[in-house]
Design a protein around this ligand. Structure first.
Ligand code: C2G
Length: 134
């Protein structure tokens, strides 16, 4: 059983997220998502449209996702890798070579997958805002 772990805010779930989750699941048998809590989003400087519970319920409905756990801090990743016996940590390429993930290489594989171009939660929010203004 190869266990895969990834992290994110996953706000306004879109096909870029789904592409990441699908490819992450293809790397193993069981996919865990560390979902940023609303408090952690504040630390990340992000304001999600949907609250944690809503984002969690939406992710749990995605066929590739087996478990959603809260991401409360930057520092919890190594504990998560150990607690859930993770074999592979996967992130989109915007995180490539980030020290926030590279240190995990001593404990598990770390894989960066190409981001899906042309879509992001912030773009969606901007475009929806423009539509509302018109
Ligand atoms: N992603 C992607 N393509 C996009 C948008 C996002 O592949 N067009 C990927 C990101 O690279 C990330 C995941 O989808 O791996 C979730 O994206 P976000 O919710 O923006 O995650 P982020 O805010 O980067 O949180 O501790 C790590 C952080 O929690 C990551």
């Amino acid at each position: 059983m190869i266990r895969v772990l990834t992290y994110g805010t996953y706000d306004l779930l879109h096909y870029g997220h789904i592409n990441l989750l699908r490819r992450a699941k293809e790397l193993g048998d069981y996919l865990i998502v560390g979902l940023s809590t609303d408090a952690f989003n504040e630390i990340k400087g992000k304001t999600a449209f949907h609250d944690y519970e809503t984002r969690k319920r939406m992710l749990e409905a995605v066929r590739y996702v087996d478990l959603v756990i809260p991401e409360d801090t930057w520092e919890q990743k190594l504990d998560d890798v150990k607690t859930y016996q993770v074999d592979v940590v996967v992130m989109g390429s915007d995180w490539k070579d980030s020290p926030r993930f590279e240190y995990l290489r001593d404990y598990c594989k770390v894989v960066y997958l190409d981001r899906t171009p042309g879509i992001s939660s912030s773009d969606i929010k901007d475009k929806l805002h423009l539509v509302k203004e018109e």
